[in-house]
Structures are given as C-alpha cells and as structure tokens.
Design a protein around this ligand. Structure first.
Ligand SMILES: [Zn+2]
Length: 259
C-alpha cells in the first residue's frame, strides 16, 4: 500500500516520461513487495556520431535509497543532454537514475528487503534490482561505468577509481572540475580505505561493476558527494563530474594512449 505522503519513485521519474523525448525509455523488469510494484527504468541517450565507434557508458544512481542527489543529477543530466546533445557526442549513454526504488521511497540506504544492493553484485544475489542490472551490464559490455553516491561521513567529494588502470586519469580532471562546486576530501583514509587526493583504488566486494569475466576491464568510477552538503551543490557537482569524465575519456581515447 502506498502510504499517505510517501514519495513515489514514479513521480520522481515523471519529468522523463514525456512523449517524443530524445531518450529511449525502457522498463527492465518489475517486481512486487506486498501490494507495491516496482520497476527498474533505463533511459538510453545516443549522442551525435563522433569520430569512430560509439562508446557505451552506464550511469547508475540511487543504488542507496537515501542518496537522492545522484538521482536528481541523473534526471537533470538527461534533460541537459536533450538541450545540448553534443555533450554526448560519440556516446551511447545508458542511464539508470533510480536503481533502488523501494529504498528511495522509504528514504533508506537498503532496499525494502533489507539488503545493501551495492554489496550484492556478481555474488549470486536474488535481489531483483541486482539481477536486472547484472543482466544489462553483462549484455551491454560497457566501456565505462559511473555510479553516483553520497557519503554522510565525508566532508567533501571523493571517488573510487576501479577497473581499467587508466580510470584514475578519467577521474582526476573530473574531480578537479567538481571541486569548484564542493571541496575535495583529501584525508589519507576515507571510508576505511587508503585515499590519495580524494582517490581510492580499491572497492568493497559486491559493488556494482563490470562482470568478473570482462576483459579488457572498462573504467569503473564511484563518485561520492558529501551527503550533508547543500543538495543543489551536490547535484551540480555530479553534473560537472559527469560532463568532465565523459570529455576526459574521449580525449584519452582520441590521443590513442595505450594506457
Ligand atoms: Zn551510496
């Protein structure tokens, strides 16, 4: 039952449900929890053709239900792309603004089944959100994956740079651009990991990433905003980070660096 006053994830995605949108929406699957129905929504935005083959990127937000800045940023990013498709030149962007709809409605990190979905990937999870995303990730063979999160213990921005070795070269300039909006967390330890200038090179088992068999590894980025910072600034930092990461990856590819 939809409780009175509770936020509805479909309303949040409402701005993306318009007709003749420049993105392609797809419902990846749905599941029920009691009398509530949930679905995992994907929006594909194909930019103008670049110099070569399209790069395929997955952008994931709202995996932790109480981290809404990334959700709003992903929605706004799609709207931004509609106005300025050149931001996605050479890219097929698969955007998942709300990976944990029940947690989003409940305002909780975990999904309503009580699981931290971002510790369940490639470990035989039975959670529908994880299962649906794993299928997509395995099928689409992304060149890069970017996850948007917020950390309630961090005073500033930071990122996990995982996957391909060159990931750090995508992240660093994007962090530098985003820290014009919010400060960077330069602590030597963040979230129990060794960090350098806001960059962490190791992740938790079960975090959303490419399938274990994927070779070569795509770039895998988890971008974290400080959860207690102003919401508008967190959203803006996410947008700046996304624009710059995409731009940077393309530049790295263009110079043909064998990183
Ligand atoms: Zn998170």
């Amino acid at each position: 039952m939809q409780k009175a006053g509770r936020i509805n994830y479909r309303d949040t995605l409402g701005p993306l449900q318009k007709t003749r949108a420049p993105w392609l929406p797809a419902s990846l699957g749905c599941w029920s929890l009691g009398s509530d129905f949930y679905s995992l929504e994907q929006y594909l935005f194909v930019g103008p053709r670049g110099g070569g083959d399209y790069f395929r990127i997955g952008i994931f937000a709202g995996m932790h239900g109480d981290e809404s800045a990334g959700v709003f940023a992903a929605i706004r990013f799609l709207q931004e792309l509609a106005e300025n498709p050149n931001l996605a030149r050479g890219y097929e962007l698969y955007i998942y603004p709300l990976c944990n709809p029940s947690g989003f409605e409940d305002g909780t990190r975990h999904s309503r089944s009580g699981r931290d979905l971002n510790r369940e990937f490639w470990l035989g999870s039975r959670e529908p959100e994880v299962d649906l995303l794993e299928r997509q990730i395995r099928t689409l063979r992304f060149d890069g994956l970017i996850s948007l999160h917020a950390d309630d213990e961090s005073p500033g921005l930071y990122a996990f740079a995982l996957g391909a070795q060159f990931t750090q070269y995508v992240v660093e300039p994007a962090l530098r651009a985003a820290e014009k909006i919010l400060p960077r967390n330069c602590d030597p330890t963040i979230d129990n990991f060794t960090a350098r200038n806001g960059l962490i090179r190791k992740g938790y088992p079960g975090m959303l990433c490419a399938p274990p068999e994927a070779r070569p590894r795509p770039f895998e980025i988890v971008f974290e905003t400080p959860h207690h910072a102003d919401m508008e600034k967190q959203i803006e930092a996410n947008l700046v980070f996304l624009r710059n990461a995409l731009d940077q990856y393309q530049q790295l590819q263009a110079v043909g660096q064998d990183l």
